[in-house]
Design a protein around this ligand. Structure first.
Ligand code: PMV
Length: 361
């Protein structure tokens, strides 16, 4: 399958009336990490994520009548205000998908978006933003050109489009757990778009994620720069093998409800991501002293209390603490009394395994 398999249609006559669609789409947290890319936003290794619930982007995309055809014309509004730099990124992205949505050059576009979570809080806003936009584009395509797809095809196409904007965004178009990347050990997965994990043990369906904010400062190295440093990384080959194995093992753990394997792999993946950053040629570190303190405390508390808790990290210093619904009361107590104690930010976001994007009518 290539880009041209998704090639779409032009409008047969100019648009007479504005048409508007809207989606809300959540962020996701990777449990097996995507790190390093190749080709056009293809992943070096497979990844597996959990779609969140409370942390989402709400996007309204409007197609407006336009007199002459030409390059993409976008008005971009973030949290109710025009935003030039986000708008430029979105315009560039839309220019890469005009072969799939040729009508993008026949209408004026207005994109209005807002997030339910604060900026730089350790939640991937590009994942929720690009998945919401991709879903809006596929819905507008249906309205403007009568492109009718069944539910699976619609999601796969939206995931493919979201990937072109931000790799991890392709996983956010599905509820629950999602895999992106041709995990060689497990058939049925693709580098082009994510697919949902269908076999999930009941304990994992209500998995909780409390994000403990350590810092809200801008990261010294962005994810896109980080991905580039996997080129020629001395451990790249071993990493790809490890991610393939971890994906297969984690899928089995999620299916059977094996919490100990889950904890082992999730923490191994978080440490690996940050180790890859530190050991790249132009090495860098995103963890902070407070990150290390909290991680160490989580590991100690697991031993001391026997609770099934573990941490993961995104490309930043903030901590995602994962735990199960039946232990959530005890874990929340520990978060307040132990993990947030003396923490300067004293800020957390309680989220959980979500039911996926919602179309707003
Ligand atoms: O989607 P990007 O390009 O922002 O990269 C995301 C990379 C990680 O968040 C570190 C891992 C992942 O799989 O989400």
């Amino acid at each position: 399958m290539t880009h041209s398999d998704f090639s779409g249609s032009r409008l047969l006559s100019p648009l007479a009336e504005p048409v508007q669609v809207s989606w809300q789409s959540p962020s996701n947290i990777a449990l097996v990490k995507y790190w390093g890319k190749t080709g056009q936003q293809l992943p070096l290794n497979p990844s597996l994520s959990m779609t969140l619930s409370e942390a989402y982007t709400e996007t309204i995309l409007s197609a407006l009548p336009r007199e002459t055809e030409g390059p993409v014309e976008l008005g971009f509004w973030f949290e109710g205000l025009p935003h030039a730099s986000f708008g430029n990124r979105m315009t560039k992205f839309l220019e890469t998908v005009t072969e799939i949505f040729p009508w993008l050059q026949q209408v004026n576009l207005k994109l209005e978006t807002h997030n339910t979570f604060p900026h730089s809080a350790g939640i991937a806003s590009s994942a929720s933003a690009f998945s919401a936009l991709a879903l809006c584009l596929c819905s507008l395509d249906a309205v403007l050109c009568g492109i009718l797809l069944d539910e699976d095809e619609f999601r796969f196409k939206a995931s493919y489009i979201a990937r072109l904007g931000s790799g991890s965004a392709c996983r956010s178009v599905y509820p629950g757990f999602t895999v992106w990347g041709a995990a060689r050990a497990v058939p049925g997965f693709s580098d082009l778009a994510a697919v949902p994990v269908t076999e999930v043990h009941r304990d994992f369906k209500s998995l909780k994620d409390t994000i403990i904010i350590v810092s809200r400062n801008e990261k010294p190295v962005s994810s896109s720069d980080g991905h580039k440093r996997m080129k020629g990384h001395p451990f790249a080959e071993a990493r790809i093998k490890q991610a393939v194995n971890n994906t297969a093992e984690l899928l089995e753990a999620i299916k059977t409800g094996d919490k100990q394997t889950f904890i082992r792999i999730v923490e191994n993946e978080a440490f690996t991501l940050h180790a890859l950053m530190m050991t790249s040629e132009d090495g860098f570190m995103l963890m902070q002293p407070e990150t290390v303190r909290i991680i160490s405390r989580i590991q100690e508390l697991r031993k001391e209390t026997g609770l099934d808790i573990c941490f993961t990290l995104d490309a930043g210093p903030n901590i995602h603490l994962l735990y199960f619904a039946d232990q959530s009361e005890q874990v929340r107590k520990l978060i307040v009394e132990e993990l947030l104690k003396n923490n300067e930010q004293n800020l957390r976001i309680d989220d959980y395994c979500g039911s996926g994007p919602v179309k707003i009518t």
